[in-house]
Design a protein around this ligand. Structure first.
Ligand SMILES: NC(=O)C1=CN([C@@H]2O[C@H](COP(=O)(O)OP(=O)(O)OC[C@H]3O[C@@H](n4cnc5c(N)ncnc54)[C@H](O)[C@@H]3O)[C@@H](O)[C@H]2O)[C@@H](O)CC1
Ligand SMILES: Nc1ncnc2c1ncn2[C@@H]1O[C@H](COP(=O)(O)OP(=O)(O)OP(=O)(O)O)[C@@H](O)[C@H]1O
Ligand SMILES: [Mg+2]
Length: 344
């Protein structure tokens, strides 16, 4: 770190007090530059090895398992305009290690998404008159629901999504809400408020919309930690990932910061990859049980894992493709990124 290496030159001229101030500056910089830093309301020791906690929840590969045991993820999204987003989320869930990935989209998006990949099970039901009951039939066979990628904002679809969320909550299903699912939540926060088995994954714009809807004031950009903490508390301690240059993750009690190195490439679809990976990690973190995660909030552990993985995929893909990198290139990196972060 440049400022620290030139400290020797400074030492000759600086008094002990100034030197102490420079040391403090370096230490602070070092903390902020770590892959994560923590601003807890409780002692930092309990989340120190957050990476290890993520590793602890990854299920072992054994011959004793049957198809589906490592994860059955449902994606609610996909419409005429957006077919890539649900595909990105669904295929990422499989690449992270889920066994089955199902997309529930509108009729005219289904053939398109099916054409992207034979691995996905695609249901053309989201604009069906009985969409809610059609999806409800599948909920008992899913571990996590990811709502929003490419869902669009048509009133009829948003109404169906609201009904699907109610059904999922009644079954205690963990729910990731992203993209246009967050548009719905900003209009009607009570749909999810207080449901602590949900994780919200807003980008800058989605966070601002939700924050203003819940706290009736603009986001305080100079106090990012406080803002994500306050929004989580206002939502009833739902876990929130505020995506950005650094990802801020809060359950209303703690704030984790994921600043794992990514790149300066901001192509569309990266949030959809994050949402799909989060769907799997939430299932694994809940399945692992409290002893594997130091009795921490499983949604915090899963969120940190998904943020780190997404940024690592970005970093690896950018190394290869630079400015021409796309989210599809990132998806090709999921296996090696996951292995590098969590299995070596
Ligand atoms: N290939 C696809 O099918 C894709 C579909 N997508 C879907 O598109 C729908 C709308 O998503 P959007 O993210 O565009 O909608 P938003 O309403 O969140 O964002 C609208 C616009 O805000 C701007 N913006 C984003 N971050 C910003 C920042 N930090 N500061 C200032 N402006 C910023 C961007 O230009 C963005 O398009 C969602 O359903 C999403 O899933 C996207 O995920 C991208 C890829
Ligand atoms: N300025 C930045 N520097 C580094 N990484 C960033 C930056 N902004 C966002 N990211 C990372 O990019 C990923 C996607 O965040 P982004 O804000 O683009 O989500 P999004 O808008 O929902 O994406 P999508 O296009 O899929 O909807 C996250 O992993 C986030 O950490
Ligand atoms: Mg998004």
């Amino acid at each position: 770190m440049a400022v620290c290496s030139s400290m020797a030159a400074w030492a000759a001229a600086a008094s002990a007090g100034v030197l102490a101030a420079i040391l403090l500056f370096c230490l602070q910089e070092a903390v902020l530059e770590r892959p994560f830093s923590l601003r807890p309301t409780r002692p930092a020791k309990d989340m120190e090895n957050i990476f290890q906690l993520v590793r602890n929840v990854i299920p072992p590969m054994t011959s004793k398992k049957h198809k589906g045991q490592d994860g059955k993820i449902g994606i609610i999204g996909g419409c005429k305009e957006y077919t890539g987003a649900p595909y990105f989320a669904a295929i990422t869930a499989l690449k992270v290690g889920a066994d089955l990935s199902q997309v529930f989209c509108t009729k005219d998006a289904a053939t398109v998404i099916k054409s992207y990949s034979p691995e996905l099970i695609v249901h053309p039901v989201l604009d069906h008159p009985n969409a809610v009951s059609e999806v409800d039939k599948w909920l008992p066979r899913l571990h996590t629901l990811v709502i929003g990628p490419g869902m669009g904002r048509e009133d009829a679809i948003l109404d169906n999504a609201k009904g699907i969320i109610e059904k999922a909550k009644s079954k205690g299903l963990p729910i990731v809400i992203d993209a246009d699912g967050l548009w719905l939540i900003a209009q009607q926060p009570s749909i999810i408020q207080g449901y602590q088995r949900a994780v919200l994954t807003p980008n800058f714009m989605e966070f601002s919309r939700l924050y203003e809807a819940m706290l009736s004031e603009p986001v305080e950009t100079s106090d990012q930690h406080g803002s994500v903490l306050r929004l989580s508390q206002a939502m009833g301690n739902i876990t929130i990932i505020q995506k950005g240059e650094r990802d801020l993750i809060s359950d209303g009690d703690k704030v984790l910061v994921c600043s794992h190195e990514g790149s300066s490439r901001r192509c569309g679809g990266q949030g959809d990859l994050l949402a799909g990976s989060l769907g799997v990690l939430v299932h694994w973190a809940l399945l692992a049980g409290p002893e594997k995660i130091n009795a921490q909030n499983p949604f915090l552990v899963a969120a940190f894992g998904a943020c780190s993985l997404t940024r690592q995929c970005n970093h690896q893909a950018f190394q290869k493709y630079g400015r021409s990198m796309t989210t599809s290139d990132m998806i090709s990196e999921v296996g090696t990124a996951f292995n590098k972060l969590f299995e070596t």
